[in-house]
Design a protein around this ligand. Sequence first.
Ligand code: PLP
Length: 337
Amino acid sequence: MPAIVSSCDTRLQSSLAARLSGIKSFIGNTPLKQLEDEKTNLFVKLEYTNYSGSIKDRAVFNILSNAISKGLVNEKTTIVESSSGNFAISLALMCRTLGLKSIVVIDPNINVDYEKALNVLADKVVKVQQRDETGGFLLTRLQTVEEICTTKKNVYWTNQYENPFNFLAYHNGLAVEICDAMPVLDYAFIGVSTCGTIAGISKRLKEHYNSVRIVAVDIEGSIIFGNEPRKRHISGLGSSKVPPLLSQADIDDVVMVSEAHIVKGSRMLLRDHAIFGGASAGAMYYAARHYFNETPLSYKPSCLFLCPDKGHAYLDNIYNADWVHDNIDPHFQHKAF
Ligand SMILES: Cc1ncc(COP(=O)(O)O)c(C=O)c1O
């Protein structure tokens, strides 16, 4: 049954806890869709149906719920985070719903549409300009968060890279939904960035399914699995530091996907299954479709991948043929997919 919004504005309700429970029903219980595929029994979990449109709502909701219940966040707290993507969008919208102030720290590499959205949703957007000693912006962003936390009163940093309530959201939510819906699961293809999703999912799935194999899907240029850093154009997947939550994940195999393959996977998902997903869904779909090419199986395995967000934020890159041609693949043909 669809969730019903209370007729009174959620922000007028008395306590933070009451406001939180008002949005709970908009998070999780996402659709699981079976896709036609000749080699596998392939399923995708459509995480873009969450409150702000991405899988990150699960982590943000869980982190804020926990902080509110422990008294770390009250009505006057400002929530701060360094994020240029779905986490920031989710955080800013959820804070607005709860009547809390939010500050997000971003850098010049941010996708233009995310920046526009954050300027509307967040109370303050701080855009760092100084590169750190690694040549990137991550350390400057974290330093800026620290400065905000030390100079401003009553601030709470959600710290998505280290907060255990990030991965617990997936352990107690997403993974449980998968176990309840799928009687058999042989392979789960999971995209990685903070590694919150894979840390939460892998443990629960391994407990539930005897022989499930967890395949991490990362983007070339990310250093999570010890590869050399390289400039990346596509947001959502990958990291330029090893996320502490990686140590909590139980991973059997890693697939590194090139940006050209991510473009191809995203466009194939749209062309063949009418799923308009973001880049990481394309990466996971590409990995799932090609994983068994080299070592074909004697049976049709049950496979799962995630669609963390919708394609709208990627219209100027992976879904823009000129951009793909100029930045990713000079042989890319208009209407190739
Ligand atoms: C679109 C998308 N895909 C995949 C991920 C990876 O999730 P995690 O950070 O839990 O590793 C994220 C995280 O931001 C994301 O936004």
